[in-house]
Design a protein around this ligand. Structure first.
Ligand SMILES: CC(C)(COP(=O)(O)OP(=O)(O)OC[C@H]1O[C@@H](n2cnc3c(N)ncnc32)[C@H](O)[C@@H]1OP(=O)(O)O)[C@@H](O)C(=O)NCCC(=O)NCCS
Length: 174
C-alpha cells in the first residue's frame, strides 16, 4: 500500500520559514516574527501539509477563551488576553493552501486535524474570523458545517490595509 499523496507534519524551527512563505503568498493578512514565534507555545495547534512531499499548506489555531475575543485583528493576534481564562474554544488563526494545490483535499485534511485536536482537548467549539468579501472561503467553511455566529465585526481588519475591512465570525460545534 503506497503513502497517501497528502500528509501532515509538525511545525519545527527548520520549517518555520516555509510556514511563513505559505501564509505570505496565500493570505491577505500579515503576521510579524513575534506571531510566528508563538507557534511553538503549548496552546497552539500547528501543522504543515505536504503534497507528494512538497510543503503546500499550513494551519495554526489556538485554544482560548471565546469570551475574550478581541474586536480587531491585531488584538486577537497579539494580545495576551485571548490566551487567558479557561479555554472553551479553538480559534483558527490561519489556514492556507497554495493556490496551485487547492481543491484536492489539503484544506480539509488540515481542518480535520484541528477538529480532532480540539476534541482531544475536550473543547467543543471552533471559531474563526473571515473577511466579509471572502465569499468562497465563507462558503467552504459553511459546507464543513460552520455557522455565522455574529453580526458583521466592523473594521476588524482596519489596520491590515484591506478594502472593506469587516469580518464575520464562523463557528463549528464539535
Ligand atoms: C480555504 C482553503 C484553505 C481551502 O483549501 P483547499 O485545499 O482548496 O480545500 P479542499 O480541497 O479540502 O476543499 C475544496 C473543494 O475541493 C474539492 N475536492 C476535490 N478533490 C477533493 C478531495 N480529494 N478531497 C476533498 N475535497 C476535494 C471538494 O469539492 C472541496 O469542496 P468542499 O468545500 O465541498 O469540501 C483555501 O482555499 C485557501 O487557502 N484559501 C485562501 C486562504 C484563506 O482565505 N484562508 C481562510 C482564512 S482563515
Amino acid at each position: 500500500m503506497g503513502r497517501s499523496v497528502i500528509s501532515l507534519d509538525d511545525l519545527t524551527r527548520n520549517n518555520l520559514g516555509t510556514f511563513k512563505k505559505i501564509n505570505e503568498v496565500s493570505l491577505p493578512t500579515r503576521y510579524d516574527d513575534g506571531w510566528y514565534e508563538k507557534s511553538f507555545e503549548k496552546n497552539h495547534i500547528t501543522k504543515l501539509a505536504f503534497y507528494a512531499e512538497l510543503p503546500v499548506g499550513a494551519v495554526r489555531a489556538k485554544a482560548f477563551n471565546s469570551n475574550q475575543i478581541g474586536a480587531s485583528y491585531e488584538s486577537n493576534q497579539n494580545s495576551k488576553s485571548v490566551q487567558e481564562g479557561v479555554p472553551n474554544s479553538v480559534y483558527v488563526e490561519s489556514l492556507a493552501v497554495l493556490k496551485a494545490y487547492r481543491g484536492v483535499g489539503i484544506g480539509t485534511a488540515l481542518l480535520n486535524f484541528v477538529i480532532e485536536d480540539t476534541k482531544k482537548r475536550f473543547i467543543h467549539e471552533i471559531v474563526l474570523h473571515v473577511h466579509v468579501d471572502n465569499t468562497e472561503v465563507i462558503e467552504w467553511y459553511k459546507r464543513k458545517g460552520f455557522e455565522q455566529k455574529s453580526e458583521i465585526v466592523k473594521n476588524y481588519y482596519e489596520k491590515q490595509n484591506i478594502a472593506n475591512p469587516h469580518a464575520i465570525i464562523l463557528s463549528l460545534r464539535v
